[in-house]
Design a protein around this ligand. Structure first.
Ligand code: ATP
Ligand code: MG
Length: 652
């Protein structure tokens, strides 16, 4: 890649890597990962080093082989081992902490429900028995279409217990998206609910599920329906539809022997966010995935049993799978599960929940942090957040501005932040600092984790010089990696793998730079590079500079047909966007990147189009700037802004 005007400088104009924040001693002293030697140990031992992760689990049949790499890129981790994921997340904690809370759930209407590990064990077993009774057998795929209610993790674990892979579909997706995913997964079973609350209104989820059923080619042989709304919504059930509560009651007290699965057997199917195109159906195997997730939950998120931990991501996305369910439960901690939105009933809802539950580790996304910033620091500042000892972020690049705000107003100025880079496909965190060991650099993700051979390379696969942009690739397999795609082996190979002279390389699709200390900065998608006036800019760099302007909360930059830079910008609630703000934005870009990067157009908009998982969908903004037809927008969370943005673009 050949960029100009970037030169490894950070968007705030300083040279990359200027600011180094050491892990606070109070944190390091009791961190899970506290020995800097860990990097070397992994480097020396190769794949064998991942025994550390696998040995965090209970194996039904111990593995001997760590990695079978006979048939790349179809790698097999711990192939001769057998285990059950649900037994690892529930049963094995019973001796030591049966009465400890596993899940503290907060519903949209102020409801609360708590589950100890023993409670979880009882309900998972009852549902597992019930699903079996309905005909679910080992290897049958069960689709789960539920909002953030405890029945969702319980259903995932019930499936895992009987060796039935789950296929969770984010509850906010449409009937059509559900139908596609049911078909792609060859799924004959569905667990859904009558509906859920959106603000004050009862919303009918079951009718979406019914529509999906009509559209899907597959015939569903049984549907289980959770009663989330009680009398608020009357949902009649057909003959092959069963009330969740009745299924669980009928099998209450039964135990189901956890099915020993090969480590390479499918644990679940999960679709990517669809930020860059059609979502891909990613398949994760049981052993390597769970090992990598458990290891990173402990070593990166530093979660222990006595923590109260909150991963704010929806379980309908990979972050919610890995760090909302499998990670925290496999390490035996207490998690907060929150059904509502962060601004209801008020904009301090998140801080209220953190204070009330004494949350010690909080993991969220830059898009959420940008909303918090937009709403104002007075909301977190009004709460006692002193229980927080570690913060995490995932999903997009976090600007150094947002990083500082997060640390200051949520982390009490002291908590370390782990900026974690990973993908649906990587299964678990792959690049991040180890919070008790590795210094942080705000705005940079950090070095690859021990055991992750991530490299930033040029077109020929050669490592780039520090500061030079290139492609982020991974040169050796890792345990959490996808085992394949629903779309087939050919697509899997084509989408992700390159065979080079020194072996196979995994392509992440992200552009990045690396500095002299090995810290990686994510520049955005390789596809998000824009060509302007013979220069190549990456979106993250430009956007990061724009949000440095006072009052700006979010920005997305695209190129139009004539090679011009178009910047879409949102501002804080109390800011009236005017000419002087346009000036200020132009100045910031000129200062941080160069005069050549001044945008040709700045479009102020109340919001940016975001995927359901909260990422800015640049390709849609590009279509608007170019006056093109829109591509696939089924992944969009706020389609209503599209019209507003279009008219704002045409106005000028
Ligand atoms: P699709 O693959 O369908 O286009 P997606 O890539 O958004 O969707 P996910 O797997 O949810 O689907 O997201 C992974 C991507 O998110 C990464 O490739 C990267 O672009 C971005 N990302 C994740 N974490 C970070 C991070 N800490 N910093 C910068 N970018 C990140
Ligand atoms: Mg992707």
């Amino acid at each position: 890649m050949d960029y100009a005007g970037v030169d490894g400088r950070r968007a705030d104009g300083t040279a990359a890597g200027d600011e180094v924040v050491e892990p606070p001693a109070a944190f390091s002293d009791r961190a899970v990962a506290s020995d800097p030697e860990i990097y070397e140990a992994f480097a020396e031992e190769g794949p064998e080093a991942w025994r550390r992760a696998a040995d965090l689990l209970d194996w039904e049949r111990p593995y001997e082989t760590v990695l079978d790499d006979e048939n790349p890129p179809f790698y097999q981790w711990f192939p001769d081992g057998r285990l059950n994921a649900a037994a690892n997340c529930v049963d094995r904690h019973l001796d030591e902490r049966r009465n400890q809370l596993a899940i503290r759930w907060f519903g949209k209407r102020g409801e609360r429900r708590s589950y100890t590990y023993l409670d979880l064990h009882r309900e998972v077993n009852a549902l597992a028995a019930g699903l079996r009774d309905l005909g679910v057998e080992e290897d049958d795929v069960v689709t789960l279409y539920l909002p953030m209610v405890p029945e969702l993790p319980i259903a995932m674990l019930a499936c895992a217990r009987i060796g039935a892979p789950h296929n969770v579909v984010f509850a906010g997706l449409s009937a059509e998206a559900l139908a596609t995913r049911i078909d792609a997964a060859d799924s004959e079973y569905l667990v859904t609910c009558d509906g859920y609350y959106r603000r004050e209104d009862a919303f009918n989820q079951k009718s979406k599920a019914d529509n999906a059923r009509l559209r899907a080619e597959a015939d569903l042989s049984a549907t289980v329906v959770v009663d989330r709304l009680g009398d608020a919504l009357d949902v009649p059930l057909g003959d092959d539809e069963h009330e969740y509560e009745a299924v669980v009651a009928a099998h209450d007290g039964e135990t189901v022997e956890p099915v020993a699965r090969d480590a390479t057997d499918l644990l679940f199917v999960m679709y990517t966010s669809g930020t860059t195109g059609r979502p891909k159906g990613v398949e994760h195997a049981t052993g390597g995935y769970l090992a990598h997730v458990a290891w990173t939950t402990r070593n990166v998120l530093d979660v222990r049993p006595d923590d109260t931990y909150w991963c704010a991501a929806d379980i309908g996305w990979i972050t919610g799978h890995s760090y909302g369910v499998y990670g925290p439960l496999s390490v035996g901690t207490t998690s907060v599960l929150y059904e509502g939105s962060p601004d209801y009933p008020d904009r301090d809802r998140v801080w209220d929940l953190i204070e009330r539950n004494a949350v010690s580790v909080f993991y969220t996304s830059p898009t959420a942090i940008r909303s918090f910033m937009k709403w104002g620091a007075e909301y977190p500042d009004a709460h006692d957040l002193s229980s927080i000892r570690l913060l995490g972020t995932v999903g997009e690049s976090i600007t150094s501005k947002a990083w500082r705000w997060y640390r200051e107003h949520v982390g009490g100025g002291e908590a370390p932040i782990v900026d974690t880079w990973w993908q649906t496909e990587t299964g678990a965190i792959s690049l991040a600092t180890l919070p008790g060991v590795t210094p942080m650099k705000p705005g940079k993700v950090g070095p690859p984790l021990p055991g992750i051979d991530a490299r930033v390379v040029d077109e020929d696969g050669e490592p780039v010089e520090p500061g030079e942009p290139g492609y982020l690739t991974i040169a050796a397999p890792w345990p959490g990696m996808l085992r394949g795609l629903r779309e087939g082996d050919e697509r899997y190979r084509r989408e992700y793998w390159l065979e080079g002279e020194d072996g196979w390389r995994y392509r992440t699709g992200d552009g990045a730079t690396v500095d002299g200390d090995g810290y990686v900065t994510i520049l955005g998608r390789v596809d998000d590079v824009i060509n302007v006036r013979t220069h190549r800019f990456n979106t993250a760099e430009l956007e990061s500079a724009i949000v440095e302007a006072d009052g700006v909360t979010e920005a997305a930059v695209v190129g139009d047909d004539d090679g011009r830079i178009v910047a879409y910008v949102t501002t804080r609630g109390d800011v009236d966007p005017d000419e002087s703000l346009r000036e200020a934005i132009g100045e910031r870009l000129a200062h941080a990147v160069g005069d050549v990067a001044r945008p040709d157009r700045i479009v102020f908009t109340p919001d940016l189009p975001k995927t359901r998982s909260g990422k800015i969908m640049r390709r849609l903004l590009e279509d608007i700037a170019r006056g093109d037809e829109f591509g696939d927008v089924s992944a969009l969370r706020n389609p209503e802004v599209v019209g507003e943005i279009e008219s704002a673009v045409r106005k000028k």
